[in-house]
Design a protein. Structure first.
Length: 349
C-alpha cells in the first residue's frame, strides 16, 4: 500500500451568506461555505464520519475519490456508469478519518433494453448509502446544470448537509461566469458549501477535507490509519479488468458487460528464495449479452483481449506488489443485466 498522503494545506473560506463576496477571493480559495458548519476539531480528539459522493454518471466522482485517498480504489473511464458498486475510500488526515463512498451514478434514464434489474440495483445502492452518511458531496460539471442533475438533486435527503462540488474547473474559460451560476444553484437547494475544483488535481481535491472536517462526529476511527479501502484485492482485480474492458472497447461495447473473478489464490515465495516475491493467480470471466459482443472484446486474432490482459496484469502487479498470473475468458450470458438472481451471483448487492 502507498504511504498516507501528506496533510493538505487548508485555506480560509468565504461565507455564502455574504451577498457580495469578492469573486477573485472565491476562486482563489476554491470554496464558498455557508455559516454554521461547526467548529474545528481539537487536536487531541478523533473524528470519523461517512461522506457520500453522488451525481449523475460520468461527472468525475471516482476520479475525486481516488485523488482524496491517494490510490486507485474506484475505476474510471469515459463510458458512463463505470462505477456499479458502493466503493469505500478512506483518508486519515491528522485527527480525522474521512470515509468516502463513491456511489454509482444515479440512473435517471432506463432506455437501455434489458437493464432494468441492474439499474434498480444501482439506484438502490445510492439510496441505501445516503441514509447512513453525515454529509453528501453532490458533483456537477462547473457551469452546467441539466435535467439529469436536477433529478439526482431531487432525490437527496433533506435532513443531510449537501456540499456542491463543481468539477472540471480547468475547462471553464470565463470564471467570472461561475459566480452567478453558483448563486442560481442555491435556488434549487440550500447547499452547505460551494467548492469549484478540478478533481484530477490533488491540491484542489484536498481542499475538500477542510470543509468536510467540521461535519465529522467526534468518535473513534473505524479503520486503522493506513487502510485506504474496505474492498478486497479480489474485488479490486475485477474492477481493474472491467476498467480496461471499457477503455479498450470505448462506445463499441454496450453497457451490459461485467467481470467475474472465478479464481484468486496467493502463493508465497519459494522458501529457498527469500528475496523473491510471491505469486497471485487470477482467473476472470468477462460476461457479455451477445455472441457479437464476444468478438468485440477478443479482437482480431485475440489482440484486444491480450492487450486487456497485459494492461490489467501490469496494474495489478503494481497494486499488489507481487507477480500476477492472469487468465481472462469471455462468455455469453444473455439477459444477465435483467436477472436479479444472476446479479447477486455476480456480486451486485
Amino acid at each position: 500500500m502507498p504511504k498516507k498522503p501528506a496533510t493538505p494545506k487548508t485555506v480560509p473560506a468565504t461565507t455564502a451568506d455574504n451577498p457580495n463576496p469578492a469573486l477573485d477571493a472565491m476562486l482563489a480559495n476554491l470554496s464558498m461555505v455557508r455559516k454554521g458548519g461547526g467548529d474545528a476539531a481539537a487536536a487531541d480528539e478523533q473524528r470519523c464520519g461517512l461522506i457520500a459522493i453522488v451525481g449523475r454518471p460520468n461527472v468525475g466522482k471516482s476520479t475525486l475519490l481516488n485523488v482524496l485517498v491517494g490510490q486507485k480504489v474506484s475505476i474510471t473511464s469515459r463510458k458512463a456508469q463505470t462505477t456499479r458498486h458502493r466503493i469505500t475510500g478512506i483518508c486519515t488526515d491528522g485527527d480525522t478519518q474521512f470515509v468516502f463512498v463513491d456511489t454509482p451514478g444515479f440512473q435517471t434514464r432506463h432506455t437501455v433494453r434489458g437493464t432494468a434489474a441492474l439499474n434498480r440495483n444501482l439506484n438502490k445502492t445510492v439510496q441505501a448509502t445516503l441514509s447512513d452518511v453525515e454529509v453528501v458531496v453532490f458533483m456537477l460539471e462547473a457551469g452546467k446544470y441539466g435535467p439529469d442533475d436536477a433529478k439526482v438533486l431531487a432525490l437527496l435527503p433533506k435532513d443531510k448537509p449537501v456540499i456542491l462540488v463543481a468539477n472540471k474547473l480547468d475547462l471553464v474559460h470565463r470564471r467570472e461566469d461561475l459566480f452567478p451560476w453558483l448563486q442560481s444553484l442555491q435556488e434549487h437547494h440550500p447547499f452547505a458549501a460551494f467548492i469549484p475544483l478540478s478533481a484530477q488535481k490533488e491540491e484542489d481535491a484536498k481542499r475538500l477535507l477542510g470543509v468536510l472536517r467540521p461535519y465529522m462526529p467526534q468518535q473513534g476511527w473505524w479503520y486503522d490509519a493506513d487502510v485506504l479501502t474496505d474492498r478486497t484485492d479480489r474485488f479490486l482485480a475485477s474492477e481493474i479488468i472491467r476498467e480496461k474492458l471499457f477503455r479498450l472497447t470505448g462506445d463499441e461495447l454496450p453497457y451490459t458487460s461485467t467481470v467475474v473473478i472465478d479464481l484468486y489464490t496467493e502463493e508465497p515465495p519459494p522458501p529457498n528464495k527469500p528475496k523473491a516475491t510471491g505469486l497471485v493467480r487470477i482467473a476472470a470471466t468477462i460476461v457479455v449479452e451477445r455472441e457479437q459482443h464476444k468478438g468485440m472484446i477478443i479482437g482480431d486474432k485475440g489482440e484486444k483481449l491480450k492487450r486487456m490482459g497485459t494492461e490489467s496484469r501490469t496494474e495489478l502487479e503494481r497494486l499488489l506488489g507481487t507477480k500476477v498470473f492472469l487468465e481472462i475468458w469471455v462468455k455469453v450470458r444473455s439477459g444477465w443485466a435483467d436477472d436479479d438472481v444472476r446479479l447477486r451471483t455476480y456480486g451486485y448487492e
